[in-house]
Design a protein around this ligand. Sequence first.
Ligand SMILES: O=C(O)CCC(=O)C(=O)O
Ligand SMILES: [Fe+2]
Length: 211
Amino acid sequence: MSDLFSQLRSPQEEIYPEVFVLADFADTGSLREAVSSVIRKAPFRKMMTPIGHYTGIPLTNCGKFGWVSDIHGYRYLSKDPQTNGPWPAMPEIFSTLASSAAEQVGYPGFKPDACLINCYELGTKLNAHQDKNEKDFSWPIVSVSIGLPAVFQIFGKKREGKPFNYQLHDGDVMVWGGKSRLIYHGVKTIKPDNQNPSLQQRINLTFRKAG
Ligand SMILES: O=C(O)CCC(=O)C(=O)O
Ligand SMILES: [Fe+2]
């Protein structure tokens, strides 16, 4: 996103303790091409949750490990349950982007082995949750926004209460770690963007060191 608004934001902002936003850090045109190549091999799918519902947001993965949900719970698997083969390799531009974003805010040496790709349609949202299926919480989560804007909600240590809200735009990269690594967070219902009425989706990439 390169309009007047994005030029008014500072390139790096700590929006919450140890939660950083790098505004317009990613070149989403080339990321979209890489997403297309991943979803040709591992299409978006809804997954069953332990309580027998489907996840509202279609998702897929690339990298050594992929995050999955089924009636047994949430975990990382080295194989795509739909094919029983490995997940698509993580595109080089994904890992380079995630490592450089992490390094920029104080996590040198971050080498993600899992990238979860969520595909939000208009009217969908992500309920408050923690990212806690990874082995080592000393590594941050790096999250990249593509397409429609979204309001990211930070609830903090508890799921309840009034969240801190921050609007993420195409190209924004958010990194959270340290004392905020296990914050409850979510995404408010995705709305159309009047400036870009042709945009119908938001894609989010989250990079993790899972294994
Ligand atoms: O879509 C986002 O910005 C956040 C996604 C997220 O929290 C997750 O996939 O665990
Ligand atoms: Fe999350």
